[in-house]
Design a protein around this ligand. Structure first.
Ligand code: GRF
Length: 197
């Protein structure tokens, strides 16, 4: 089953998906979309995965970027799109084309601490437990239907970095498990098969 991954960071979630493919998971990563130079892009190149480097700055406006991004991803005919640290909000054209089949991993227990600083926000708030959330992407920021969550304890000496690394070690497994489940039996929320809109 063809899967397109979108990333813009160190690519540790991409690596965990690639490891799952090597272990025989029934999906393959057909392209990596990035919006900046990043280690995730280097990993894709090292694995001969086609790289789509599409930066908002290279387009006259976000609508043009949204249209071009949709075209470029559609060329790979993905069954699922996985955003793993892709720090751009997806536009309406992309969402209407792939909505219901876009899966995101977020390093907090949504609906708490959405957005680009969920780890630091949770730490600053003084929570004792945070975690990882895998959810379907909708038009909001980290607001789509939740597919899976796992708690991660916060330690007294945690920094945002140490906490984020601990969360990512959970995300690596949770995201790969959810993607494997999706490609084998479709969207299942609360144990029942959800209709893909
Ligand atoms: C992950 O924690 C993801 O939830 C967040 O960005 C991080 C990506 O990490 N959106 P990496 O680039 O895969 O290492």
């Amino acid at each position: 089953v063809p899967v397109v991954v979108m990333a813009s960071g160190t690519g540790s979630l991409l690596e965990s998906l690639l490891a799952r493919v090597d272990q025989g998971a029934p999906f393959r990563i057909v392209a990596l979309v990035v919006d900046r130079k990043c280690r995730a892009a280097d990993i894709a190149v090292a694995h001969d995965i086609p790289l789509v480097d599409l930066r908002v700055a290279d387009h006259p406006d976000r609508a043009a970027w949204d249209a071009r991004l949709t075209e470029r991803v559609a060329e790979h005919a993905p069954a699922w799109v996985v955003t793993a640290g892709f720090m751009k909000i997806l536009g309406p054209t992309f969402l209407s084309r792939f909505g219901g089949r876009i899966v995101n991993s977020h390093p907090a227990l949504l609906p708490s601490f959405p957005g680009a600083h969920g780890v630091a926000d949770a730490l600053a708030h003084g929570v004792k437990v945070t975690g990882a959330t895998v959810h379907l992407v909708d038009a909001g920021v980290d607001t789509g239907p939740i597919l899976a969550q796992e708690p991660v304890p916060v330690r007294a000496d945690d920094t945002a970095e140490t906490l984020h690394e601990r969360i990512k070690s959970v995300e690596r497994v949770l995201l790969a498990d959810v993607v494997t489940a999706l490609v084998t039996r479709g969207v299942v929320i609360d144990g029942r098969k959800a209709d893909i809109p």
